[in-house]
Design a protein around this ligand. Structure first.
Ligand code: TNX
Length: 747
């Protein structure tokens, strides 16, 4: 178990196995361990010799500097987490001395509030800063130096690191409304953020599908508004944060130099509040219960004195809980139905926030010529909002879709969690530049920084929240902190090989898209052999594999070209560097009697209106299938299928509730007419209007909640390669039939 203060999920056995494989405790630091720091420090100067850390390290805070003593205790707490304790510290106060980590107070404007100077000599380590944030970040750098190699090191090279951030707002937005995360998870997330020198947690606490913050004056918000019945059935889902829990998290965050920016979304995305108090709504009858649908609702807060008063009461309690300078009041995706009303609810609440000495933050829809100068515009519909806001003289934060939308998958591999389908890779995030070259100096000064947004419609579990956030937040941290002139993807990849080891030591369930192995299997037309192609996103590290059932190891064959195996063989593969394993090993099965097999994610979608990697809503427990589907047009193309020896089609299908509010698009959806009561899977040749090749009845799957493998369907072989178009003939969109995989069999 983790020694962290928080009882997280137990480390999956696979990680433990990986840790055991790492070469034991190394006696000396890898040379240049400082080059493994993420985000990359501003300046590093190497010196001769090293400092020996010992099994615990004393931190000395100057006597009578209470802030420094508190900072030392916070460092002890933060850097002690991990398995085993990663940098055990003991805290003392008194005069500076050798053999210890010395906190020193500076008054150095160039370093700013968050900068630090870390000097390592063979005698002692001096961590100098203007105050707590700098000590924290210098400590985080030191922690990384001690975890710079394949094992922990106890000797730190002599050097001077001088470091300060490029941008002031380096954040993560977490949507706790669509899915709820426990306070324990939030505490762990705050620690993980601090270890990346991130300093803003934008907490999306209210939305259509859930109200998550206890408001003492309006108890129905959490008695009613925090709970919903999942689409497609199942137990009541929900949860909320009590004010006591929130205070504790806000305090923890403050000790980690993280400002929590609460968001009360208004006037749209308000169904949960309106279900709790129907008089708040513009069309009260429309939201009798908290909805389980995703998308945009027409129910918004009514432009009345009563609902403005309610929102002022809510924000009064919110401001008492969150002492930071920023209060986010939403403003996104308000349907036009509110029209030209007498009260502009958003503008009214913005003035309310400002009149209480706070700065209102709003999504970019809130940018109007009359927007208060102190209001902050969060650019999400691309970067245009940031451009316009900064030109108008408003501060702005970049959180653009899709560049920083962490609800997209990180890659296409079958083991990626569900999410929006089009991948947003680690490299995409790393290469995002928040300060476009043509922005004027005045505009640049208005760009506070950037954040990644983890929307959670498709992110059901805490583990998946972590995987959507990390390691993409490591890339975002570097973009927000480090000198852009020194940004190098190749060097970042190399440092990520070290970072993923730190993640394993922290029990951080990160996404493996960078080093994890993706696979593709092609079968010979006569089903006599299978060819397995392996790849990973990184240019760093090498793939090794086995075909005999053994677990891949450093001495397994090196992958350099597609492997041909006898059908039925299992290929196992993982990524390695010289000094150890970088990725979990994956299993790639091959099957007998098959001329081709594709999962939905390996097929081409016919349309790209709302492409999702959508998780099945069943079974209630245990693994669920993930379908690649455009929910507005569930249709897949299998390009160039070789059908010359194919006698049977086998398909696995599922059905999902159609819980999407897509407005008028819903009326444009159309389906082929079924000829049986429960519909059929249609296979057309060459194009979707081409000859019908198969009409596979869905009756055997009609009562199943999970995935059903339909009985084999006999077809006649066709010569040459053909595209196959796969679609469902069904009466309506709900439930929506979806394809999991299809096989072309030779018998
Ligand atoms: C749009 S981004 C939204 C959210 C969704 C997100 C992802 C923004 C301000 N509004 O309500 O979660 O797309 O689907």
């Amino acid at each position: 178990m983790s020694t962290s203060r928080f009882s997280g999920p137990p480390a999956p056995a696979i990680w433990l196995a990986l840790l055991l494989m790492l070469p034991a405790w190394r006696a000396t630091a890898a040379p240049g361990a400082s080059l493994n720091v993420i985000p990359r420090p501003t300046r590093i100067e190497a010196h001769a010799g090293f400092f020996a850390v010992g099994s615990t390290l004393s931190v000395i805070a100057p006597r009578s500097d209470r802030e420094a003593a508190a900072a030392a205790r916070d460092l002890k707490e933060l850097l002690g987490i991990g398995q085993p304790a990663l940098l055990p510290l003991t805290v003392q106060t008194g005069a500076e001395r050798d053999g210890a980590l010395v906190l020193r107070r500076l008054n150095d404007a160039a370093l700013g509030a968050e900068g630090y100077r870390l000097s390592v000599t063979p005698q002692r380590i001096v961590l100098a800063a203007n105050g707590p944030a700098g000590w924290l970040y210098g400590g985080v750098t030191l922690w990384q130096l001690v975890h710079g190699g394949p094992g922990s090191v106890r000797e730190v090279d002599a050097q001077v690191i001088e470091d300060h951030p490029r941008l002031a707002w380096r954040g993560l937005m977490l949507d706790s409304a669509r899915h709820f995360q426990s306070p324990d998870f939030l505490a762990r997330l705050i620690d993980w953020m601090a270890l990346h020198k991130l300093n803003v947690l934008h907490w999306h606490l209210t939305d259509d599908q859930g109200w998550r913050i206890q408001i003492l004056k309006y108890p129905r918000l959490t008695r009613i508004g925090a709970w919903r019945l999942p689409a497609g059935g199942g137990d009541r889902y929900g949860g909320f944060y009590t004010q006591a829990q929130i205070r504790k998290l806000v305090q923890l965050a403050a000790r980690r130099n993280i400002t929590v920016v609460p968001e009360i979304d208004l006037p749209g995305h308000a169904s949960a509040a309106i279900a709790s108090y129907p008089w708040l709504g513009v069309q009260p009858h429309e939201v009798p219960v908290v909805p389980a649908d995703w998308g945009v609702f027409n129910t918004v807060f009514a432009p009345t004195e009563a609902s403005c008063g309610f929102l002022e009461d809510v924000l009064t309690e919110v401001m008492a809980l969150f002492p930071g300078p920023y209060i986010h009041i939403g403003g996104d995706e308000v349907p036009a139905i509110q029209g030209a009303h007498t009260i502009d609810v958003h503008a009214r609440l913005e003035r309310f926030v400002e009149s209480h000495g706070r700065r209102a933050v709003g999504w970019d829809e809130t940018l109007t010529p009359t927007l208060a100068r102190s209001a902050v515009v969060m650019s999400w519909r691309g970067v245009a909002g940031a451009r316009a806001a900064s030109a108008q003289g408003n501060d702005t934060v970049l959180a653009p879709d899709p560049q920083l939308y962490f609800d997209h998958r990180s890659g296409l591999a079958a083991w990626e969690p569900p999410g929006r389908l089009a991948p947003l890779t680690l490299r995409d995030v790393y290469e995002f530049e928040p300060l476009a070259a043509d922005l004027s100096a005045a505009q640049r000064a208005h760009v506070l920084g950037l954040q990644g947004n983890v929307w959670t419609e498709h992110v059901r579990t805490e583990q998946r929240v972590a995987a959507m956030a990390f390691p993409r937040l490591a890339a975002l941290a570097e973009v927000g902190w480090s000198d852009p002139a020194a940004r190098s993807w190749t060097d970042f990849e190399r440092r990520m090989a070290v970072q993923v080891r730190r993640y394993r030591q922290l029990d951080l369930p990160f996404d493996e898209s960078l080093f994890g192995v993706e696979s593709r299997v092609e079968y010979a037309a006569d089903a006599g052999s299978a060819t397995v192609t392996l790849s990973h996103q990184a240019q760093f590290g090498e793939i090794r594999y086995t075909t005999d059932g053994a677990t891949p190891a450093l001495d397994s064959p090196l992958y350099h070209e597609p492997i041909t195996v006898t059908p039925g063989a299992m290929v196992r593969a993982a990524t390695f560097a010289n000094d150890g394993q970088l990725s979990t090993s994956v299993e790639v099965p091959t099957y007998v009697g098959i001329a081709g097999r594709r999962s939905s994610v390996e097929l081409t979608l016919c349309g790209h209106a709302v492409p999702l990697a959508l998780e099945d809503d069943a079974p209630p427990r245990g693994p669920r299938a993930i379908f690649a589907v455009d929910i507005e047009n569930p249709c897949w193309i299998w390009k160039h299928a070789d059908l010359q020896r194919v006698h049977t089609l086998v398909a696995a299908v599922g059905q999902v509730p159609f819980n999407f509010r897509i407005g008028a698009d819903r009326d444009r959806m159309h389906f082929a007419q079924p000829t049986t009561p429960t519909g059929e899977l249609l296979v057309h040749v060459d194009t979707c209007d081409g000859a019908l090749y198969a009409r596979m009845p869905l009756a055997p799957a009609s009562r199943a909640n999970g995935v059903t493998v339909l009985p084999g369907y006999s077809v006649s072989p066709l010569s040459g390669a053909h595209d196959l178009c796969l679609q469902f003939a069904q009466r309506g969109a709900d439930p929506l039939w979806v394809l999991d995989w299809m096989e072309l069999r030779t018998r």
